[in-house]
Design a protein around this ligand. Structure first.
Ligand SMILES: Cc1cc2nc3c(=O)[nH]c(=O)nc-3n(C[C@H](O)[C@H](O)[C@H](O)COP(=O)(O)OP(=O)(O)OC[C@H]3O[C@@H](n4cnc5c(N)ncnc54)[C@H](O)[C@@H]3O)c2cc1C
Length: 449
């Protein structure tokens, strides 16, 4: 491609991955524009005036993403990554069940354990028909018991979208599946495989939250990044981006990591027929509750499926790094995550009270502890989970094809709109690989539709 100018939109993991790769290739004709005042995107962290550090929902570096982990070890010496063995729980039947729920049937009350095993058996002998919806696939893999007890209500709560309209293939790789042999083995041997999943072992920075990594990665690129520089318009014919302060910049190639639906809107690159109405997503509120109370919970996170509890996940942040709170002997904090459907946001004024009441309801704090709340953090995350709606794939691939014909390469969690390859390591890799493809012509291996 010669020395054409590359503009990158967004300094999250994908945009920084692209910038790092260009630098590594000695390619300096590029500029990165970031709307906010800091790098990291969804992986940015915030330290409040009381000294608590909050991520935007639980963010850990999965040990399974080896290349990304090695990259961070090599290039972020200040991160001082702390190794962790995941300890996660599920609140069900009024007690704590180890995660993954379905791997621990032997810890259920006897009636529910029987219902689960019979449900799995019945589902497996039922029609071999291949289900493509999330609802159908959950029922086929786990049956009525596990479905009703946790898997269906939990998935309804996190996605806030009808499960029979979501693609199973995008989500099921993140669900622990069991063979019949494994179901019987856990009942007979009363033990389970706890090391299931990408983040069974994970790493977390020693201080300043997950965002510290991306701050450190952005440091050497400071001359190439402009912050508080939102791209508000794109002229695809003139190959120009327009910033909110009326400045503009020309590009030969554009690497975008802002949400794809926004990109299509501001570039006028929507397809004919308006099919792109099918870009759906789930939003989130991250609510942090800081307490003047030592941490009493030795786990990393717990999942909640109950509709009457506002959160689907709660994490005592002390267990990621003791420096996430002002003084670990005196203070503790819960980071709580609440999903909501587009246009249905819970009110900020009430959300913290509801979360505190929920923490009390499941016994994580007592009524006396309510007086020990010293910090409340509420962060709205409009774009949290990209959804793959059944039948939406052609519109997605059509949009990417059209953009690429205009010299625009949209990658990352919402830039690509792929949940299955939307973790921070996937997105960083996507950024690196598209930059490599533009400069050297090497093929991308992570990005696919
Ligand atoms: C609740 C939650 C928990 C998660 N937990 C994990 C985890 O444990 N491990 C993991 O690996 N991943 C996790 N992720 C995923 C991780 O957050 C994403 O993979 C990653 O942040 C995506 O990077 P990105 O660069 O594609 O997008 P983003 O992080 O969204 O970055 C995009 C950037 O573009 C900027 N931008 C947007 N519009 C414009 C514009 N018009 N002009 C200029 N800039 C713009 C934004 O400000 C942002 O900085 C989690 C995500 C969520 C929501």
């Amino acid at each position: 491609m010669g020395q054409g100018r590359i503009v990158i939109i967004g300094a999250g993991p994908a945009g920084l991955g692209a910038a790092w790769r260009l630098r590594a290739l000695g390619y300096e004709n590029f500029q990165l524009y970031e709307a906010s005042d800091r790098p990291g995107g969804l992986c940015a962290s915030f330290t409040d005036k009381e000294g608590f550090t909050w991520d935007q929902g639980v963010h850990v570096i999965a040990a399974a993403g080896k290349d990304f982990l090695e990259f961070i070890h090599r290039n972020c010496p200040q991160a001082g990554l702390l190794p962790r063995h995941r300890k996660a729980l599920v609140w069900a039947f009024g007690r704590w069940i180890p995660y993954p729920f379905q791997n621990h049937i032997y810890t259920f009350p006897p009636g529910q354990a029987l219902e689960s095993v019979l449900g799995v058996l019945k589902a497996r002998v039922a029609s071999p028909h291949e289900n493509i919806s999330l609802q159908g696939r959950i029922m086929k893999a786990f049956g009525e018991g596990l479905g009703r007890q946790f898997l269906l209500p939990f998935n309804r709560k996190i996605w806030c979208y009808p499960l029979d309209q979501l693609e199973a293939d995008e989500i099921m790789p993140r669900v622990s599946l069991l063979s019949l042999g494994e179901v019987f083995l856990q009942i007979c041997a009363r033990r389970a495989k706890n090391d299931w999943g990408l983040n069974a072992r994970f790493f977390y920075p020693k201080e300043h939250g997950i965002g510290s990594i991306f701050r450190e990665l952005a440091g050497p690129l400071s001359s190439k990044i402009r912050y508080s520089a939102e791209v508000v318009g794109i002229d695809t014919a003139a190959k120009k981006v327009f910033l909110q302060d009326s400045r503009s910049d020309s590009y030969d190639f554009l690497i975008n990591t802002m949400p794809l639906d926004r990109l299509l809107e501001i570039s006028g690159a929507r397809g004919a027929g308006g099919k792109e109405g099918s870009f759906r997503y789930t939003s989130l509120k991250a609510v942090g509750i800081g307490l003047r109370l030592p941490c009493a919970h030795p786990w990393h996170w717990a999942y909640f499926s109950q509709p009457k509890l506002p959160f689907f996940r709660v994490s005592p942040v002390n267990n990621f790094s003791s420096r996430s709170v002002p003084e670990a002997d005196t203070y503790s904090a819960f980071l709580c995550e609440l999903s909501y459907a587009q246009g249905n946001a819970p009110q900020d004024g009430r959300v913290a009270d509801d979360v505190i009441a929920g923490l009390q309801e499941c016994g994580l704090i007592s009524s006396q502890d309510r007086g020990k709340v010293v910090s409340v953090f509420v962060k709205d995350i409009p774009y949290a989970y990209p959804l793959a709606v059944l039948g939406g794939r052609p519109a997605l691939s059509g949009a990417h094809r059209r953009l690429e014909s205009l010299g625009i390469y949209s990658r990352g969690r919402f830039g690509g709109w792929r949940y299955a390859i939307g973790n921070m390591d996937d997105c960083f890799r996507q950024g690196q690989e598209i930059a490599g493809r533009l400069v050297t012509g090497e093929p991308e291996t992570t990005w696919r539709i």
